[in-house]
Design a protein around this ligand. Sequence first.
Ligand code: AMP
Length: 376
Amino acid sequence: MDDKSVLASGLIEKIGETTSKHIYKTQAGKQEFNNPVPSHEDGLKQVVNLITDKVVGVIKEKSEIKAIGHRVVHGGEVFKKPCIIDNEVLKAVIENVPLAPLHNPANITGIEVAQKIFPAAIQVGVFDTAFHHTIPPRAFHYAVPLELYHKHKVRRYGFHGTSHHYVALQAAETLGKPLTETNLITVHIGNGASITAIKNGQSIDTSMGLTPLEGVIMGTRCGDIDPAIPHFLTAQTDMDIDDINDLLNKKSGVKGICGMNDFRDIHAAREKGDQKAQLAFEMYVYRIKKYIGAYSFALGQVDAIIFTAGIGENDDDVRREVCLGLDNFGIKIDVEKNEGRFSKITAIHQHDSEVKLFIIPTNEELMIATETNKLI
Ligand code: AMP
């Protein structure tokens, strides 16, 4: 829509399983369907039926859809900005599968199905890694033999780029400065989490790396650990490298410490005196603080720190504990303004805080739609 309003939104979970879940939301309300969705193609067909339905639909016919924006997780070094997906682009996305074996194949399926069902529409790829293409070599290289970069593209790529870029644009507007003159630390903390240092509007470093496993502690991912731990575990346990990969991605993070990965559950447990939940919370906050410290030095001067995503927008305990005790560094949180959950841009700093603190709800879908619109 010209006014950027959302006509309909939705979600299909567990495609190919017996208990698929399809949520469809319009201004008229929310519907949930539990009929099986055997494939992505079936899923998209169901979506088309709903959006063109005489009663609950929002458009008359599918030919009204002129373009489709796809979130593609890994663009490798090839994709530095969103682009129209043609055969060459699809080939390059396929070539990046080794870098994101869990995500890119699903993205490719989504693109192929959309091409089949909407043959006349323009397909646009918006890459999670693209915003980070400005990270300089001193920050994107790992100190491993350089040939691993040349032969296998081992380097930091970073993720959540669409979100970091979106909140950075919003932050600059809120500060009343051009993005090209704005320095920010964007803290995207949801179930996955990453922190980005943005200098003059460009990403200069980010906490996720070759994969989304590196960086801050996440719901189930470990974030930074001693790289020798996997080798140590293969020697000390009967786990092989795949088991360890699974352990670090799915059974670690705050879940590995306290058995829970939803911060609502973690806080409820802390209130009842659960020591493991308390430890997980303290570790989580401490790691974010360390990254903010490191990125403040990398940037030299910081206009604002931005909190976004599920935890960043909703968890006042995490935000407060991350920011408290940093007055000497010009970071002064107003604990009253910080209280609560926020669905719109909200300032949570004291009036004399040198570094401003904002909650900015992320909107990756709007960013993808905007980028797609630009290309058509
Ligand atoms: P996301 O991946 O951005 O959707 O974030 C999901 C995570 O946000 C959940 O796993 C929770 O840890 C966190 N979250 C969502 N709502 C709340 C809330 N009201 N209070 C605290 N944490 C929340």
